[in-house]
Design a binder for this molecule. Structure first.
Ligand code: SF4
Ligand code: SF4
Length: 451
């Protein structure tokens, strides 16, 4: 069937190789699950903003079907509308037919990369970023240190004053997060003992950008786990999860990294593989699909994915220890898309927050809507991303909360940028950091050896 399809396609569009043919292509059976009901339309941020059917889930699935069946070439139109998808997966939540949209769009993006004509410089940049920089802790930390130097010395004003940045980079530069002090980028300890009786033993997954820019969040998560009777092991040979690569169409890079992580962390030895970064968490859950055709890794990938768990889910399941926060505050919770829509993790982060007795959660309108960060979307689709951020910040302002909690570094960076741009005095923080601060203030960590 695939061969017939390919031959038919080549007759109609001789200049193209059909990129949607083969075991890694969008699954036609999954495409056919779409019954074109349109229920997903109102939950799709891009369709809501742009009003174009081709920017809706239904429209995009239709485009995939046309290319798969050889009725349409993978041309600029197809690429434009599939590129505009946030991969937020809100459509999966809305869909009554169970269309696994996330798998379809990622397979489609991998296919489109085969026929996309990118300038050589962009191809080299992607290769460096996805295959060399993100999986390499040393290089990533060096980039973090260089960013810190740039931001905290005369370099920033000099580069800006002399207009040395290319136009696109100058536009994106304000979106850069503040790089933390070098001490925050230090490696996590190999093992941290539980405080008091040890009830569980988990492996901790650090994440690449998270470890460089949000190392303090990882340490807060490990301390909070220890305070709840959990021994935390950090297998040092783990690497980047591959999420950014998969979302950008380089699923082969993601497969390589998935195998490395499965080799690095023997999931069967632990009660769970814990993360404090939801984007990576969704990716670890996808390893079983990503490596489903791999004869060596398929079953190990399934076992690994089943053990991956967000830190808030684990804490909520084991019954998180309560505490008082030193600064009672109102907080608004923003659901990271991949936690809410892909992993269906909805109540657990709020349960963890409710364990902080004097922190009050206030409603945030459209709290499950994408903030526009979406991996590298804010860099590649800046205009749409900024419109989504504007909508998000309007709701944050209406909530009147001085703190926004959210469990993904991309959302934290994006919302913090939105606050800076609007001169809002807003703290953006991972839920587990507030819990850690409460434990610290109550003296839970006294006499313990912690990172
Ligand atoms: S993943 Fe998000 S942006 Fe993409 S089609 Fe679904 S709802 Fe729309
Ligand atoms: S809700 Fe599901 S079945 Fe209906 S149009 Fe959207 S993707 Fe297709």
């Amino acid at each position: 069937m695939a061969t017939d399809q390919k031959a038919g396609f080549a007759q109609v569009f001789p200049e193209y190789e059909n990129p949607f043919v083969g075991p890694e292509a969008p699954d036609r059976e999954m495409i056919q699950r779409c019954i074109h009901c349109g229920f997903c339309g109102t939950s799709c941020p891009t369709f809501t903003l742009l009003g174009n059917e081709m920017d809706s889930p239904r429209g995009r699935i239709y485009l995939m079907r046309m290319v798969t069946d050889g009725e349409m070439a993978p041309n600029e139109t197809v690429m434009k509308h599939l590129d505009r998808c946030l991969d937020c997966r809100a459509c999966e939540t809305a869909c009554p037919s169970g269309v696994p949209y996330g798998s379809l769009i990622e397979a489609a993006r991998e296919g489109l990369e085969k026929v996309r004509k990118r300038p050589l410089s962009v191809r080299i940049l992607r290769r460096i970023l996805f295959r060399w920089l993100l999986p390499n802790r040393v290089l990533l930390n060096l980039a973090g240190v260089a960013t810190r130097l740039y931001q905290t010395t005369f370099l920033k004003s000099m580069v800006r004053g002399l207009g040395l940045l290319p136009k696109k980079l100058a536009e994106l530069e304000p979106m850069m997060p503040e790089a933390p002090p070098v001490s925050s980028m230090r490696a996590l300890p190999a093992e941290v003992a539980a405080i008091g009786e040890e009830k569980y033993r988990v492996a901790f997954f650090g994440g690449c950008i998270q470890s460089t820019l949000f190392g303090d969040v990882n340490r807060a998560a490990i301390r909070a786990l220890a305070a709840n009777g959990v021994r935390v092991v950090f297998p040092a040979s783990q690497t980047c999860c591959g999420a950014l690569q998969a979302h950008a169409g380089d699923r082969e890079a993601a497969r390589i990294l998935a195998r490395e992580n499965i080799d690095a962390i023997d999931a069967g030895e632990f009660d769970a593989v814990i993360l404090a970064v939801s984007g990576c968490g969704a990716m670890l859950h996808e390893y079983k699909d990503l490596l489903a055709e791999d004869p060596v890794y398929a079953s190990r990938a399934e076992a690994f994915s089943d053990k991956a768990m967000d830190v808030t889910v684990f804490l909520a399941r084991i019954g998180v220890r309560e505490a008082h926060h030193p600064e009672p505050r109102k907080i608004a919770y923003h659901h990271p898309c991949h936690l809410f829509h892909a992993l269906k993790v909805r109540k657990e982060p709020l349960e963890v927050l409710s364990a902080i007795r004097n922190v009050e959660s206030v409603p945030l309108n459209e709290s499950d809507w994408c903030c526009g960060s979406a991996g590298s979307y804010n860099l590649t689709q800046t205009e749409i991303s900024m419109r989504l951020l504007d909508r998000k910040m309007g709701h944050v302002k209406d909530s009147e909360a001085p703190v926004v909690c959210t469990g993904n570094p991309g959302c934290q960076i994006q919302i913090a940028f939105g606050a800076r741009e609007r001169d809002m005095d807003l703290r953006v923080v991972h839920p587990v950091v507030l819990l850690d601060e409460a434990y610290e203030a109550e003296g839970v960590y006294r006499n313990a050896t912690l990172p």
